[in-house]
Design a protein. Structure first.
Length: 147
């Protein structure tokens, strides 16, 4: 499984609780569907690597039905508590068995010792930014970094 597109806001407000929307496109690059259904686990990590927020999302189409080569769009929300310190935060992802807690390997770089994959960094600030429409972090992983 790989993520081919990720869209996420470039920042969030630390003084208020926030709902960070995450839009992703996944593809099964394997030879067959997975042996089981997995939840998508999104985590937000502070500069010390500690988890500041997490969410587990059960895809509408179970991962066991993601056929090879098929693109699956997934909309998720990461609930972030109020009062986090300002600074850079890392978004990570994993696929986890809800029954066993087992993490599966993905076709992504950046796997850490806890079997999560680093995707991007977003900033937490106690001030709202005036931003241009469309100022969203977007990475098309297939076309290369920053494309």
């Amino acid at each position: 499984m790989v993520i081919t597109i990720l869209k996420i806001p470039a920042y969030f407000i630390t003084s208020d609780s926030q709902r960070i929307p995450i839009e992703s496109k996944w593809r099964n690059d394997g030879m067959a569907p997975t042996n089981g259904s997995y939840v998508v686990e999104w985590t937000l990590h502070n500069s010390e690597g500690e988890i500041a927020a997490s969410a587990q999302v059960l895809p509408a189409i179970p991962t066991a039905q993601w056929t090879p080569g098929e693109d699956i769009e997934l909309s998720s929300v990461l609930e972030v508590p109020a009062g986090l310190p300002e600074g850079a935060y890392t978004i990570k992802v994993a696929l986890v068995s809800p029954e066993s807690g087992e993490y599966i390997m993905l076709g992504l770089a950046g796997r850490d010792s806890e079997k999560r994959y680093k995707l991007c960094t977003i900033n937490g600030s106690d001030k709202a930014f005036i931003s241009k429409a469309g100022s969203i972090y977007e990475e098309a992983f297939e076309s290369g970094y920053g494309q």
